[in-house]
Design a protein around this ligand. Sequence first.
Ligand SMILES: [Zn+2]
Length: 545
Amino acid sequence: MRLPSLKSPLTLAWLAALWMGLLSNWPLWQRLHSLPELANARGLVFIGVFAAMVVALQGALLSLFAWKRAIKPVLAVVLLTAASLAYFISSYGIVMDPTMVVNTLQTDARETRDLLSWRLFASLLLLGGLPIAWLWRRPLDSSVRWTRRLGFNLLGFVLGLVAAALLILSTFADFAATMRTYPTIRYMISPVNAFYSLGTVAARSGAKPKGPPEVIGADAKLAPRAEGSKPPLLMLVVGETARAANFSLDGYARPTNPELAKLPILNFSNAWSCGTSTAASLPCMFSPLGREAYGKSKGNQETLMDVLQRAGLAVLWIDNQSGCKGVCDRVPNTSTAQLPAGAAPLPQGLCDGEECLDMALLHGLDERLATLDPERVKRGVVLVMHQMGSHGPAYFKRAPADRKPFMPECTTNALQQCPREQVVNGYDNSIAYTDHVLASAIGWLDKKQAQFDTRMFYVSDHGESLGENNLYLHGVPYAVAPDEQKHVPLILWLGQDLAPVGECLKQRLAEPASHDNLFHTVLGFMGVQTSLYRADWDLLTPCRK
Ligand SMILES: [Zn+2]
C-alpha cells in the first residue's frame, strides 16, 4: 500500500480538513471542554470523537473540490474563513447562524473597522496564512486522468461521510444530549457554519418574491381632528443595543438615567424585542404582524413608514447608523451626516467625518421640519431617529469625553482583553449618553407644544450580552438567546393633551410590552385609521376613554 502522495489535490484537501478541524476550531473544543456535562474522562473522549467527526465531514466536502486548478484557491478561502471565525467566536462567543450572516452582510465599513484588531490579524496569519503558504508551494501531480481523479474524489467524499456518520453513531447519546442542551454549538463548527448559513440566506432571498413589496394599509386615512386641536408630532427613537438590565429606570443599581428620572416619562419595565439583531428586529418592529407572525412571513411587505405616508402625514427617517434595513426606502430619509439647508454647522466634536454621536440626531431639527411638505406637516409629523446608541464592541466611542461618568472604561474592541468592570463602564457610559439624548429630545418636543401635540416613543432594537456566561455582543438565535439580549427599555413621553392618559398608564407600566406594540401604538398616536390597526396592541388602549 502506497502512502497518499503530497502531490495529490485530495491529500491537500484532507490535510486542510485536519488543520481546520483540530486547530481552527479550538474555540469549539474549548467551549465543549468547559461544559459541566463534559468535564470528565467520558467528556474528553466525546470531544475527541466530535473533532474526528468534524474532520471527516469537512474532508468529505473538500474532496469534491480536489481538482488540480481548484484546490489551492478553495483551500485558501476556507482556511482564511475558518481563521477569522476562530477569532470572532473566541472573542465574542458569537455563533455563525443565518441571522449572523445577514448582520455581517449588512454591516458597513465603519462597523467593520470597530471589529478589527491585531488579534484578528494574528489569527488570520497563524491559522490561515501559515498553512496556505505551505500548500501554495506544493507541486501538484498532473499525470492523473480526470476520470480517475473524479473516482478518487467521490471516494473521498463518500468515505468521509460514512466515517462522520459512524463517529456520530458511536457516541450518539452524548451527541444528541449536547445538541439538545446547546443547540447553537453546531453553528460553531467552522467554516461549514459560515457556508451553510450563507447558503441558507441565499436560498431564502432566492425564495423571496421579486418585485415591489406587498401594499399594506391601502385604506389608511386620518381620523378627523377635533375642532381647534393641534397636529400630532411624534418622535420615534429607535434605540440600538440598549438592554433594560442597565437602565436605572428598570432597577439597575448605577445611576445611568439621571436626566430621564427627573422627567414625567412612562417607563415600561417588562418590554421585549422581536429579534436579537438590528437586521432581525428593525423590519419586524415596523411591521403590523408582530413577532410570531412576522417570523413566518416572507418579509416582503410595506412598513409602518409607508402606511403613515399614505395616510397623508409628513414622515422623515433620520439615520445615525448603518441604514434602515429597507424600512424607510420609500419615504423621505436622511442621515446625521447630511445637514438640512439653513442649519448651523455641527458643534465641534459631534461628528468625526465617519461617525456621529447621537446628539447629532437633534441638530437642526427645526430646519429638517422645514424641508417637509407643509400640507402634510399640518396633518401631523413622525420623525424617526435611528440611534447609534450602545453599538458594540467599541462602547467607548458612543459618548463624548465629558459625558463618561463611569471610569475607567475598556478602550479596545477585544472585550475579553479588558476586566469585565471596564467593559460594563464603557457600556454604562453609552446608556447614560442615551439618557441625555432622550431627555434633550423631550426638551425639544416640550418647546414644540405651542405648535403640535407632541409625543416620544423610545424602544431599543435588542439588548446585549456583556460577558454573562462568556457571551458578548448579541445575535444569538432568539429561541436560546439570554434575556439580556431580549429585554429592552421602552419609554413613552406624552404631551399635555395626553396627560390624563399618562396618569392612567402609570398604573400599567409593569404589564408585558414588546415590539409588537410599536406599529399599532404609533397609528393610535397619529390618528391613522386602517383595518390593519389592532387596538389590543396599542399601549394606550386601556387608558383611552
Ligand atoms: Zn441593533
